[in-house]
Write a protein that binds this ligand. Structure first.
Ligand code: SF4
Length: 377
């Protein structure tokens, strides 16, 4: 393990003072119930506080307690999550709520280890919930805290290696204050990582850890933390069909299989282009394979560039007309024929929301368009 600060108590005291003056309003500030803390902790994974705040408000109005969430349909849960990305979080929260009601009388377990038996609650979330909601002495190591600890202790290992991760958990546990202080300590570190010890250009001059920080002492705060180079992100060409019925009144939309990426969300069906295929041939083949239907492919409606965490796509959406075959659930969880005005009620990934917007835009000005989006989902 790298060198730990010699005086953890001084570190605790310095952060506590800073936290008193700089604490951000976390989503649970008005009603810090274990349920609210759980939902907010999961929403805040990979997502900034400013983005989470309105989602959290709407969520608590729609599902004010765990029983309301457990009773809700998955479609409803996904609709509330629409736009937050990483949809497995929403599906897991829903499954966990049902498990809590069925097995725990609707109450969250108080210990980190027991929390980790629930779907979607890993070591970080369990530590955050146990310490903040239940005053347990549990570490909660997210990306922000990894960065702070790597700098504080001059960790030379990559923080995205398993050895680096192991050492960081050891550091996090070694530096934990008492159970009574652990929740504030974890929350204060989250705030420090967001406001002061930022990924780029850390504000060391305003940092309560500066007298203890080895990276600062060696002038290495901009070099740390180290990261293993990640693999190049592959790029795929993908097609989607805006499939009209023969009368041109209704559109055929499909629900993605529940498990897997964007599971349970609705989309304009289609799929990846294979080598040597035209876009139109790829779309016809995908629709045959996924739904057993034949379509006539018409004009291109919109082209969308989108980056996910592990790959990126260029999505070509075409107007199509259904010309044969009763739709079947071969590679989709469900399908519906809907009037365009009814589409907004479903939960869509952001790419398909852009297709919907392009449909509206086309109504207005008749032009196809290209949209570039960054990140998410
Ligand atoms: S002194 Fe700088 S590098 Fe060290 S913890 Fe504070 S902000 Fe981060």
């Amino acid at each position: 393990m790298p060198t730990l600060p010699a005086d953890p108590a001084a570190l605790h005291a310095a952060l506590q003072r800073w936290f008193r003056d700089h604490r951000r309003d976390m989503p649970w500030v008005d009603a810090p119930t274990p349920y609210a803390i759980w939902i907010a902790v999961v929403m805040l994974q990979q997502t900034q506080l400013v983005t989470v705040a309105p989602y959290f408000q709407r969520w608590m109005q729609r599902f004010p307690h765990v029983e309301a969430l457990a009773e809700a349909a998955l479609d409803d849960v996904l609709k509330q999550w629409q736009g937050l990305g990483y949809y497995a979080r929403a599906r897991n929260i829903h499954r966990a709520a049902r498990q809590l009601v069925a097995e725990h009388g609707g109450a969250l377990p108080r210990e980190a280890e027991a929390l980790m038996t629930l779907p979607g609650i890993g070591r970080y979330s369990a530590g955050a919930i146990a310490s903040i909601a239940f005053g347990k002495r549990a570490a909660a190591l997210d990306g922000n805290l990894k960065r702070i600890f790597a700098r504080l202790t001059l960790l030379e290992r990559s923080i995205n290696s398993s050895a680096g991760d192991r050492e960081l958990w050891q550091i996090a546990e070694a530096l934990l204050p008492t159970a009574a202080q652990a929740g504030d300590w974890n929350e204060a570190l989250m705030d420090l990582g967001a406001l002061v010890c930022t990924s780029r250009n850390p504000h060391c001059g305003a940092c309560p850890f500066q007298p203890h920080c080895l990276a600062f002492a060696h002038g290495l705060q901009d070099e740390l933390p180290r990261r293993k180079a990640s693999k190049a992100r592959p790029h795929y060409i993908v097609t989607a069909g805006v499939i009209w019925d023969a009368a041109g009144d209704q559109l055929l939309v499909a629900q993605r299989p529940t498990e897997g990426m964007l599971g349970g969300l609705w989309e304009f069906p289609g799929g990846k282009q294979e080598t040597g295929e035209t876009l139109q041939a790829a779309l016809r083949r995908e629709l045959r394979e996924e739904m057993a239907i034949e379509v006539a492919v018409g004009d291109e409606l919109v082209v969308i560039d989108h980056a996910y965490t592990h790959f990126s796509i260029t999505l070509h959406a075409f107007h199509c007309t259904h010309i044969g075959g009763e739709p079947q659930r071969l590679g989709v969880a469900d399908f519906r024929w809907l009037h365009p005005d009814e589409l907004a009620q479903l939960a869509w990934p952001s790419t398909d929301q852009r297709i919907l917007e392009a449909l509206l835009s086309e109504k207005r000005n008749g032009n196809a368009e290209r949209v570039t989006q960054s990140q998410e989902n």
